[in-house]
Design a protein around this ligand. Structure first.
Ligand code: OGA
Ligand code: MN
Length: 194
Protein backbone atom coordinates (compact mmCIF):
# COMPACT_ATOMS: atom_id res chain seq x y z
CA UNK A 1 0.00 0.00 0.00
CA UNK A 2 2.68 2.48 0.99
CA UNK A 3 4.80 2.34 -2.15
CA UNK A 4 1.88 3.55 -4.30
CA UNK A 5 1.08 6.38 -1.92
CA UNK A 6 4.64 7.64 -2.19
CA UNK A 7 4.64 7.52 -5.96
CA UNK A 8 1.04 8.47 -6.84
CA UNK A 9 -0.45 9.98 -3.68
CA UNK A 10 -3.06 7.24 -3.41
CA UNK A 11 -3.51 3.51 -3.23
CA UNK A 12 -6.56 1.31 -3.89
CA UNK A 13 -7.11 -2.25 -2.65
CA UNK A 14 -10.03 -4.59 -3.25
CA UNK A 15 -10.99 -7.23 -0.66
CA UNK A 16 -8.67 -5.59 1.83
CA UNK A 17 -10.76 -5.89 5.00
CA UNK A 18 -10.37 -8.88 7.31
CA UNK A 19 -13.56 -10.95 6.88
CA UNK A 20 -14.99 -10.79 10.40
CA UNK A 21 -14.16 -7.08 10.76
CA UNK A 22 -15.90 -6.38 7.44
CA UNK A 23 -19.01 -8.28 8.51
CA UNK A 24 -19.14 -6.51 11.86
CA UNK A 25 -18.66 -3.06 10.31
CA UNK A 26 -21.37 -3.83 7.75
CA UNK A 27 -23.81 -4.73 10.55
CA UNK A 28 -22.85 -1.76 12.71
CA UNK A 29 -23.04 0.77 9.88
CA UNK A 30 -26.55 -0.44 9.07
CA UNK A 31 -27.72 -0.33 12.70
CA UNK A 32 -26.23 3.17 13.17
CA UNK A 33 -28.18 4.25 10.12
CA UNK A 34 -31.44 3.46 11.93
CA UNK A 35 -30.64 5.58 14.95
CA UNK A 36 -27.65 7.89 15.25
CA UNK A 37 -26.46 9.24 11.89
CA UNK A 38 -26.43 13.05 11.72
CA UNK A 39 -26.05 15.43 8.75
CA UNK A 40 -22.34 15.94 8.16
CA UNK A 41 -20.92 19.44 8.59
CA UNK A 42 -18.12 21.30 6.87
CA UNK A 43 -15.25 22.38 9.09
CA UNK A 44 -14.53 21.98 12.78
CA UNK A 45 -17.23 21.32 15.36
CA UNK A 46 -16.77 24.79 16.88
CA UNK A 47 -18.34 26.59 13.88
CA UNK A 48 -19.97 23.63 12.27
CA UNK A 49 -21.80 24.62 9.13
CA UNK A 50 -24.19 22.26 7.44
CA UNK A 51 -23.87 22.99 3.74
CA UNK A 52 -26.00 20.57 1.77
CA UNK A 53 -24.77 22.04 -1.51
CA UNK A 54 -21.30 20.66 -0.75
CA UNK A 55 -22.07 17.33 0.85
CA UNK A 56 -25.27 15.58 1.78
CA UNK A 57 -24.15 12.45 3.61
CA UNK A 58 -24.96 11.55 7.21
CA UNK A 59 -22.28 10.50 9.64
CA UNK A 60 -21.60 8.99 13.05
CA UNK A 61 -18.15 9.24 14.67
CA UNK A 62 -16.60 5.93 15.77
CA UNK A 63 -15.09 5.26 19.20
CA UNK A 64 -13.95 2.14 21.01
CA UNK A 65 -16.88 1.88 23.42
CA UNK A 66 -18.41 -0.98 21.43
CA UNK A 67 -16.64 -4.16 20.31
CA UNK A 68 -16.83 -3.39 16.58
CA UNK A 69 -15.53 0.16 17.02
CA UNK A 70 -12.66 -1.16 19.16
CA UNK A 71 -11.78 -3.82 16.57
CA UNK A 72 -11.82 -1.21 13.78
CA UNK A 73 -9.63 1.22 15.72
CA UNK A 74 -7.15 -1.59 16.47
CA UNK A 75 -6.98 -2.46 12.75
CA UNK A 76 -6.41 1.22 11.91
CA UNK A 77 -3.65 1.43 14.54
CA UNK A 78 -1.84 -1.46 12.86
CA UNK A 79 -2.09 0.34 9.51
CA UNK A 80 -0.83 3.51 11.17
CA UNK A 81 2.30 1.87 12.52
CA UNK A 82 2.90 0.24 9.13
CA UNK A 83 2.70 3.64 7.41
CA UNK A 84 4.93 5.22 10.01
CA UNK A 85 7.66 2.65 9.59
CA UNK A 86 7.55 2.55 5.78
CA UNK A 87 6.80 6.20 4.97
CA UNK A 88 8.00 8.05 8.09
CA UNK A 89 4.76 9.99 8.07
CA UNK A 90 4.73 10.67 11.81
CA UNK A 91 1.06 9.75 12.07
CA UNK A 92 -0.07 10.38 15.60
CA UNK A 93 -3.81 9.98 15.95
CA UNK A 94 -6.83 8.63 14.10
CA UNK A 95 -10.43 9.79 13.74
CA UNK A 96 -13.16 8.13 11.71
CA UNK A 97 -16.87 8.04 11.08
CA UNK A 98 -19.52 5.90 9.47
CA UNK A 99 -21.14 7.64 6.52
CA UNK A 100 -24.39 7.00 4.71
CA UNK A 101 -25.22 8.60 1.38
CA UNK A 102 -28.93 8.18 0.68
CA UNK A 103 -30.00 8.07 -3.00
CA UNK A 104 -29.38 11.53 -4.48
CA UNK A 105 -26.51 12.33 -2.09
CA UNK A 106 -22.97 13.40 -3.12
CA UNK A 107 -19.87 15.19 -1.86
CA UNK A 108 -18.44 17.87 -4.17
CA UNK A 109 -14.73 18.06 -4.99
CA UNK A 110 -12.66 18.89 -1.92
CA UNK A 111 -9.48 18.05 -0.05
CA UNK A 112 -9.57 16.64 3.46
CA UNK A 113 -8.08 19.46 5.45
CA UNK A 114 -9.53 22.14 7.63
CA UNK A 115 -8.70 25.67 6.65
CA UNK A 116 -5.68 27.02 8.44
CA UNK A 117 -4.79 23.68 9.97
CA UNK A 118 -2.44 21.03 8.76
CA UNK A 119 -3.18 17.98 10.75
CA UNK A 120 -4.94 15.48 8.50
CA UNK A 121 -2.19 13.65 6.66
CA UNK A 122 -3.58 10.41 5.28
CA UNK A 123 -7.23 9.62 4.50
CA UNK A 124 -8.66 6.13 4.29
CA UNK A 125 -12.09 5.16 3.04
CA UNK A 126 -13.54 1.69 3.27
CA UNK A 127 -16.71 0.59 1.55
CA UNK A 128 -19.45 -1.65 2.89
CA UNK A 129 -21.77 -2.27 -0.09
CA UNK A 130 -22.23 -5.68 -1.67
CA UNK A 131 -22.69 -6.03 -5.43
CA UNK A 132 -22.35 -2.37 -6.39
CA UNK A 133 -23.23 -1.88 -10.06
CA UNK A 134 -22.04 0.81 -12.47
CA UNK A 135 -25.58 2.20 -12.70
CA UNK A 136 -25.67 2.66 -8.92
CA UNK A 137 -23.35 5.69 -9.36
CA UNK A 138 -21.79 6.95 -6.13
CA UNK A 139 -18.20 6.48 -7.28
CA UNK A 140 -15.34 8.14 -5.50
CA UNK A 141 -13.36 10.17 -8.05
CA UNK A 142 -9.71 10.87 -7.26
CA UNK A 143 -7.99 13.77 -9.04
CA UNK A 144 -4.43 12.91 -8.02
CA UNK A 145 -3.65 13.69 -11.64
CA UNK A 146 -6.21 16.26 -12.77
CA UNK A 147 -5.94 15.02 -16.36
CA UNK A 148 -6.75 11.44 -15.42
CA UNK A 149 -9.66 11.27 -12.95
CA UNK A 150 -9.82 7.86 -11.34
CA UNK A 151 -13.22 6.39 -10.45
CA UNK A 152 -13.57 3.89 -7.62
CA UNK A 153 -16.73 1.86 -7.11
CA UNK A 154 -17.74 1.71 -3.43
CA UNK A 155 -17.73 -2.10 -3.36
CA UNK A 156 -17.60 -4.06 -0.11
CA UNK A 157 -14.05 -4.59 1.17
CA UNK A 158 -12.39 -1.97 -1.03
CA UNK A 159 -9.98 0.26 0.88
CA UNK A 160 -8.67 3.53 -0.58
CA UNK A 161 -5.89 5.55 1.03
CA UNK A 162 -4.63 8.93 -0.17
CA UNK A 163 -2.74 11.99 1.01
CA UNK A 164 -5.43 14.15 2.60
CA UNK A 165 -4.29 17.56 1.40
CA UNK A 166 -2.75 16.57 -1.93
CA UNK A 167 -5.53 14.67 -3.64
CA UNK A 168 -8.77 16.49 -4.56
CA UNK A 169 -11.67 14.05 -4.67
CA UNK A 170 -15.45 13.88 -4.85
CA UNK A 171 -18.32 11.46 -4.43
CA UNK A 172 -20.65 11.35 -7.43
CA UNK A 173 -24.41 11.27 -6.88
CA UNK A 174 -25.41 7.86 -5.63
CA UNK A 175 -28.56 6.08 -6.76
CA UNK A 176 -28.47 3.53 -3.97
CA UNK A 177 -27.86 3.69 -0.21
CA UNK A 178 -24.09 3.93 0.06
CA UNK A 179 -22.33 2.84 3.26
CA UNK A 180 -18.70 3.63 4.03
CA UNK A 181 -16.25 4.60 6.72
CA UNK A 182 -13.98 7.61 6.28
CA UNK A 183 -10.93 7.91 8.52
CA UNK A 184 -7.97 10.28 8.89
CA UNK A 185 -4.53 9.70 10.30
CA UNK A 186 -3.33 12.97 11.75
CA UNK A 187 0.00 14.44 12.72
CA UNK A 188 0.72 15.81 16.15
CA UNK A 189 -0.21 19.46 15.74
CA UNK A 190 2.21 20.55 18.41
CA UNK A 191 5.09 19.27 16.27
CA UNK A 192 6.64 22.39 14.63
CA UNK A 193 8.27 20.28 11.91
CA UNK A 194 4.95 19.34 10.31
C1 OGA B 1 -14.94 12.29 2.92
C2 OGA B 1 -14.85 11.64 1.58
C3 OGA B 1 -15.22 9.75 0.14
C4 OGA B 1 -16.07 8.53 -0.02
O1 OGA B 1 -15.73 11.83 3.76
O2 OGA B 1 -14.18 13.27 3.15
O3 OGA B 1 -14.20 12.21 0.74
O4 OGA B 1 -15.85 7.80 -1.01
N1 OGA B 1 -15.45 10.46 1.35
O5 OGA B 1 -16.94 8.27 0.80
MN1 MN C 1 -12.89 13.67 1.54
Amino acid sequence: MSRNICKDGYSIHTNALPEILGQNLWAKSHSEAQTVLKPAGIGRTDGLQIKQSVRSDKISWIDDTDATGAEWIKWAAELQSGFNSSLFLGLFSFESHYALYNPGCFYRTHVDAFQGQKNRILSIIIYLNHDWLKEDGGELVLYADARVPLKVRPEFGTVVAFLSEEVPHEVLVTHRHRYSIAGWFCANRSNPMI
